[in-house]
Every structure is written in structure tokens, then in C-alpha cells.
Write a protein that binds this ligand. Structure first.
Ligand SMILES: NC(=O)C1=CN([C@@H]2O[C@H](COP(=O)(O)OP(=O)(O)OC[C@H]3O[C@@H](n4cnc5c(N)ncnc54)[C@H](OP(=O)(O)O)[C@@H]3O)[C@@H](O)[C@H]2O)[C@@H](O)CC1
Ligand SMILES: [K+]
Length: 491
């Protein structure tokens, strides 16, 4: 499990820890870790060109001391001083080790650029000359390593307003910052390396949690000796329409592959024919009228993929939501409840799985605002609607109604293709039917689905059906403890 914190939380913990240590200890620990990652990236250090972008705060101090360590090992280190002031002791240390103060024109010739412009002390969009230097670093051929957070990325939220450094690697101090795990910040951070500076015992409850293989393996249901198909969990799927038959096929496929004891599919004749052809395992009810009265008992429902948004779909949604079991609402189901919020008034749990556009329809916020501040918006929606919300994206976020939040880091950009959301609804729905809470079903579903996407893609395009097919292999990777897909920043 990875835990992430806001800038204020980190500052508080650092304050406590710093009071117990000789002055400068933490910065030396940070710089040592930073220099080690840089040396590793450079391969051999002697003679290599390193440019430090140094801002006016301690983030610049970290960069200067790391530069000193690299200079001692024979690197040619130049510091571009960007701030109104500079960490004096750090600069002295660098100069004594043979480093120099250089102009921004040297950025283009560097093998490695260390971004020490701003860290957790930043506020708002990067000002000049920082913004210009960030752009120059991004345009340069050298590898860019961000110190603590990429400058221009808000450490607490992942917001990016204006210019920001695009790092190959971010070396973060003491603990992960939320903004490194949540998009758009996560995209700028690249691979994230954590340097232990002894902060662990002093951090409060995390702002956001990212599950890892072990956590998901612990949460995933496993059939016991006396399990039968009913006890393992039966999922109902109300999806598909005469226009959209594929969504039903994919949702049912995802559910069957994710361990549901049985899947009951309820729909109109056209999608029924397709589901039947693809999944003889599914138990089918042809709905003559928009009601689930004729469908046998289920432990959870998936409602919405390809359902349509007309009157008939609305009435079917109302019938599903009148049941007393958890309901996952996706796609057209979200459009239906956005128009008729009363449908969400129920006592059994609800899990919504929107992308940013669908969340905008649900809450009335602008899509662009949601994309810019995803965590804030998913939290607000969950609290306002009193449900669990999974916001899809390359870093998928899950928020519960009491403010708890998780981020999924297994996603792959190859997953951004039609139909993968339908598969996810089936996977998470199957987990709901097996007894997981909405919060756990959403997080484990996103995790397994993301990993399945990586396995299916393996560096090349995929079709949504491939993701469903890869779900068992993803579950196997998780439960067998293989490290596949666990590293932060691998997309
Ligand atoms: N504390 C510790 O124990 C440890 C801390 N550590 C390190 O310290 C970092 C935090 O250092 P910090 O608090 O000095 O703030 P930091 O991020 O360097 O920048 C603040 C300065 O930037 C400026 N500035 C702000 N916004 C700006 C903008 N939009 N655009 C442009 N400039 C802007 C503003 O300067 P001014 O404008 O006043 O000149 C402000 O004073 C942390 O991330 C980690 O790397 C590690 O060594 C581990 C131990
Ligand atoms: K930085």
C-alpha cells in the first residue's frame, strides 16, 4: 500500500521530526537519496553534465546538496539560480565541490537536469523566470529529475496551472505527495522514487491511499470449500439495448471472468441474442417490460452500459434501484440518475462509475474543472450524493461518502478505448456480488481491470474484449505476488 499526503500534512510531520534532529539532517538525507537516484540514471557520473534549476526555497537546497555529491564524484555540475534568494550553505557546498553558477543556456547541453525550482512550498502557477526554465527543461534532450514534486504541479492536489516540469523521474522525500499519484500531476511526475528520511512515524492518516498487490490479494474474495455458485455471489446485469448490444456482452464477460458465481443477464431481445452467443454461462431473462420482477435473486446489480436513456431504460433503472442489493451504475445509467436524482434515494449501497463528462452531468460542474481537480471533485460528489464514486481516468480515483479516497495506479493509456468501461463495470459488479463493499469493489475492480489492460496490451493496442479475457491472469498476478505492474509511474 502506498499512502500519500498533502503538503500541509508533510510540513507538519517534518516540523516534528526536524525538532528532534540536528539542523540540516533532513536535507542531507534528502540530498543523499536524490544524488543516488541521479547517479543511477547517469550510469557513470564522472564527466557527465548536470544542470540544477535552483529556486529560492529548500527545494533548491536539496538540489544544491545533491549537486555537491555528484560534483564530488566528478560530474560537471552547473546551477541556474532562479530565485530572489538562494540556499546559501547549499550553494557554498556546491561551489566548494567544484560546481559553478551557470546561465539557462546550459540547460540544453545537460545529460541530467535537476528540477529544484519549487517543492511543497509552492503556491499557484509558476512565476517567471521559473515558468521559462521549466519549459526549457522540458524542451531539452537531457533526462529531467524532479526534486520532491515536479515544479508547477500542486503537491496536494495534482493540479497543474500553467507551465510545469515534465519529469522522467520524481524523487520524493519522506512520503508520497497526493499530487504525484493523481492526474494531471501524476503524468508530469513520471516514475516516482521515494527517499526515506525518517518521516514515517510522524505522518498523520493519509489523504489518499494507493492499493498494491498485497492489499488487493487480501481483499479479493476466494471461494471456500463449501462455496457453490449461489454462495459465491450472483450478479445481475441490466445493460444493452437494441442499439448497443456490445456493452452487455462486455459487462457480462467482465463479471464472469472476475469470479461471480453466476451472472443473470436481463435485457431486450437483441442484446440477449448477443450475450447468449458469447456467454452460454449467463442465465438470461428476456425482459418484455422494464422490470426485474421476473429475474431471480441476485446479490448485486450492474446497471447502465448501453442501456439507452429513454423512458423504458428509466423504468428499468427504477426497478433495479428499488431492489435491496448494492447497485453499480455506469454509462447510460448515470445519465438516467443525473436527470432523476430521486432514484438514488435508497438504503442499499450505490457505486457510481463515471468518467469526467458523466460526473459533470451528475454534479453540474464543468468537465474541464473536474479534469483539473479530479480528487476534489470526486470527493465532493461522493459526499453530496452519499454514495461511492469511481472516477475513471488514467489514474482512476475512488471516493467514499465520508471523504476517504483511493487512487488506482495500475491503469494504462492503452485502456482508453471503447468498451473497457463496460468490462470494468462487470468486474467491479462481480466483486460487489461476492460481498465486497462498494469502496473495496471499486478499488479492487479498478486495480484488476488496469492490470488486465496492461497484460492485454503489452505495449500494443487492445480491444475491450481482450481486457476481459486477461482478467483471470491479472488476478493470478495479484494473488501470486508477482511484481508485475506494481511500480509507480509505469503506464
Ligand atoms: N522542511 C524539511 O524538513 C525538508 C524539506 N525538504 C525540501 O524542501 C522543500 C520545501 O521547501 P520550502 O518550504 O522552502 O519551499 P519550496 O518548495 O522550496 O519553495 C518555496 C519558495 O518558492 C517560491 N515560490 C512559491 N510559489 C512559487 C511560484 N508559484 N512560482 C515561483 N516561485 C514560487 C517562494 O519564493 P519567493 O517567491 O518568496 O522567492 C517560496 O518561498 C520540499 O519540497 C523538499 O524539497 C527536504 O529537504 C526534506 C526536509
Ligand atoms: K521541484
Amino acid at each position: 500500500m502506498r499512502t500519500a499526503y498533502t503538503a500541509d500534512q508533510i510540513r507538519g510531520a517534518e516540523h516534528t521530526l526536524m525538532a528532534r534532529l540536528p539542523e540540516g539532517t533532513l536535507m542531507q538525507r534528502a540530498a543523499a537519496g536524490l544524488a543516488a537516484v541521479c547517479a543511477d540514471l547517469l550510469g557513470h557520473v564522472y564527466g557527465r553534465r548536470v544542470v540544477l534549476l535552483v529556486g529560492s526555497g529548500d527545494n533548491g537546497g536539496d538540489a544544491l546538496y545533491a549537486g555537491q555529491r555528484l560534483a564530488r564524484r566528478g560530474a560537471r555540475v552547473g546551477a541556474v539560480l532562479a530565485g530572489s534568494k538562494t540556499h546559501e550553505a547549499g550553494l557554498r557546498a556546491l561551489l566548494e565541490a567544484g560546481g559553478r553558477v551557470v546561465g539557462a543556456d546550459e540547460i540544453g547541453a545537460a545529460d541530467l537536469i535537476l528540477d529544484g525550482l519549487v517543492g511543497i512550498g509552492a503556491s499557484g502557477a509558476l512565476r517567471e523566470p521559473y515558468a521559462r526554465l521549466a519549459e526549457a527543461a522540458n524542451a531539452a534532450p537531457g533526462r529531467v529529475v524532479a526534486v520532491d514534486v515536479p515544479s508547477g504541479v500542486d503537491a496536494s492536489s495534482g493540479r497543474v496551472e500553467g507551465a510545469a516540469v515534465r519529469a522522467a523521474v520524481t524523487v520524493t522525500m519522506g512520503a508520497y505527495k497526493t499530487g504525484l499519484l493523481v492526474d494531471p500531476g501524476a503524468e508530469f511526475a513520471g516514475r516516482v522514487e521515494l527517499v526515506d528520511i525518517g518521516l514515517g512515524a510522524y505522518v498523520p492518516d493519509p489523504d489518499v491511499v494507493a492499493l498494491g498487490h498485497e492489499d488487493v490479494a487480501r481483499l479479493l474474495p476466494r471461494p471456500g470449500a463449501e462455496s457453490d455458485k449461489y454462495r459465491r455471489g450472483v450478479l445481475g446485469v441490466a445493460a444493452g439495448s437494441h442499439l448497443y448490444t456490445g456493452a452487455a456482452v462486455l459487462a457480462v464477460g467482465g463479471a464472469l471472468r472476475a469470479g461471480a458465481g453466476m451472472v443473470r443477464y436481463a435485457g431486450a431481445e437483441e442484446p440477449v441474442a448477443q450475450v447468449r452467443a458469447h456467454w452460454p454461462e449467463a442465465v438470461i431473462t428476456v425482459l418484455d417490460r422494464p422490470s426485474i420482477d421476473e429475474v431471480g435473486r441476485v446479490q448485486a446489480w450492474v446497471l447502465g452500459p448501453g442501456l439507452g436513456t429513454g423512458e423504458r431504460a428509466h423504468d428499468l433503472a427504477a426497478s433495479v434501484l428499488a431492489s435491496d442489493v448494492p447497485v453499480l451504475i455506469d454509462a447510460d445509467g448515470l445519465t438516467i440518475v443525473a436527470k432523476d436524482r430521486e432514484l438514488l434515494r435508497r438504503t442499499a449501497p450505490v457505486l457510481l462509475t463515471p468518467h469526467a463528462g458523466e460526473l459533470a452531468r451528475l454534479t453540474g460542474a464543468e468537465r474541464a474543472d473536474i479534469e483539473a481537480a479530479r480528487l476534489e471533485h470526486v470527493r465532493a460528489a461522493a459526499a453530496e450524493l452519499g454514495v461511492t464514486v469511481l472516477l475513471k481516468g488514467s489514474t482512476t480515483l475512488i471516493a467514499g461518502p465520508s471523504g476517504q479516497a483511493r487512487v488506482n495506479v495500475t491503469g494504462s493509456s492503452w485502456l482508453a478505448t471503447g468498451g473497457t468501461g463496460d468490462v470494468l463495470s462487470g468486474v467491479a459488479g462481480a466483486l460487489l456480488a461476492q460481498g465486497l463493499s462498494c469502496y473495496d469493489a471499486a478499488a479492487c475492480g479498478a486495480y484488476v481491470h488496469g492490470l488486465a489492460g496492461r497484460l492485454a496490451a503489452d505495449g500494443a493496442p487492445l480491444a475491450a474484449a481482450d481486457v476481459a479475457t486477461a482478467v483471470p491472469a491479472a488476478i493470478r498476478a495479484v494473488t501470486s505476488g508477482s511484481a508485475y505492474g506494481e511500480k509507480l509511474g509505469e503506464r
